[in-house]
Design a protein around this ligand. Structure first.
Ligand SMILES: [Zn+2]
Length: 387
């Protein structure tokens, strides 16, 4: 790989012919069309948060260094940005009036800045390494510089490794915050659409967790039909079974739940009533478990992390039960007490060897209060399980 240090490219030159596509949220071109700002393996523009983009401009005005920029020289002679795309897009957006910065407490756009400040920005020289090499070499190196700087998230890295038409189409659908469906999807998916969280979920679902394998297999596809169809099928299934949208649904493993339960029929009205009932139940500690609990036929109470009896309740019940048992000469575990073998039916257990049990199971409406609490020996408590 050949490298060359370039010091004569100023902001003015690099931002000549700057084009920003706000629909795709990408800086596209600079250097009068000679520079490709966002090659397809690059992440989306994520600096437009009113902080990082502003900080880039403030750095220039304060005379701070912006750090090294890396360009890759392509076979056709054009340049593309390997590293520095976020900084250059921020500067290009500022000089074309896309955002303002605060100077002495006043919001100022580029066009409203004093001439000397405008010049200071336009004359700012970038420090650029221009590199020339094989695609594989460049990508390997791209991975390395990104490990040194702000790390790419896993999916961004995979997008760069498997870049091509498939990734471009997939990104256009799943990492485009301008896609009107993102709002609907955000009820079920957590993370930042621009940092590839939605694309990652879509790929994870269709590949059953083997994202890299799937991307490698489909790298040269000219469509994303399967990916899109599978994703929409999962979303449609969730939103049909659960008509309510609760905030705890966000980020659940919907792909796995779909695979496990989509062949079972559900009555959305009954499901909705159950959701409301469980949301209103103060004993349910883990609301995120409610959805799989219902899908699984309301059997696996461990998903709900139902509140357990507190220590004071257990001590009181143990004391009462033990005193009564001693008086009768029976075991203080009510199940042991009914055993025919004398060594068992008269055994007095210590509290540390007993567990609290819901007399009427929680799943059958039994409450977690002292009236519904009994102490059982560990063996019988486990044998009783969730019956
Ligand atoms: Zn027992």
């Amino acid at each position: 790989m050949k490298t060359k240090l370039i010091t004569d490219l100023t902001v003015k030159k690099v931002c000549e012919g700057f084009v920003y596509n706000s629909l795709e949220e990408k800086g596209l071109f600079g250097l009068n069309g000679q520079l490709i700002i966002q090659p397809e393996y690059q992440r989306n523009y994520i600096y437009n948060d009113g902080k990082k983009d502003v900080a880039v401009i403030q750095s220039i005005l304060s005379g701070y260094p912006l750090g090294l920029i890396y360009f890759n020289k392509r076979e056709d002679g054009k340049l593309e940005i390997l590293d520095g795309q976020q900084r250059i897009t921020s500067i290009g957006r500022f000089t074309t009036g896309k955002f303002a910065i605060k100077i002495n407490g006043m919001e100022q756009y580029f066009s409203g800045l004093a001439t000397n400040l405008q010049d200071k920005i336009m004359d700012y020289p970038f420090l650029i390494y221009e590199c020339e090499g094989a695609e594989s070499e460049i990508k390997e190196w791209f991975k390395t510089i990104n490990m040194a700087g702000v790390p790419l998230v896993e999916q961004e890295l995979l997008n760069s490794i498997y870049s091509g038409q498939f990734v471009s189409l997939a990104k256009a659908e799943f990492s485009n915050s301008g896609n009107s469906l993102v709002q609907k999807w955000s009820a079920y998916i957590s993370g930042d659409v621009k940092r590839q969280a939605y694309l990652e979920r879509a790929l994870e679902w269709v590949s059953k967790g083997n994202i890299e394998n799937y991307m490698s297999l489909h790298r040269h596809d000219d469509n994303i039909n399967e990916l899109k169809t599978y994703f929409n099928t999962v979303i449609d299934w969730v939103s049909t079974v659960f008509v309510d949208v609760e905030k705890e649904m966000k980020g659940l493993e919907w792909g796995r739940l779909y695979e496990t339960y989509h062949n079972k029929p559900y009555n959305p009205n009954e499901v909705s009533q159950l959701v409301h009932k469980l949301y209103a139940d103060p004993y349910v500690k883990n609301r995120r478990g409610i959805f799989e609990f219902i899908l699984g036929g309301c059997k696996h109470t461990e998903l709900l992390d139902v509140r357990i009896f507190d220590e004071a309740t257990k001590r009181t019940v143990y004391a009462n039960q033990t005193a009564e048992a001693k008086e009768k000469g029976k075991s203080n575990c009510p199940i042991c007490a009914s055993d025919v073998r004398p060594e068992i039916n008269s055994k007095i257990w210590e509290q540390k060897d007993m567990d609290a049990d819901h007399i009427t199971a929680w799943s059958k409406g039994g409450k977690t209060d002292i009236k519904n609490c009994q102490m059982l020996c560990r063996h019988h408590n486990q044998a009783k399980g969730n019956k």
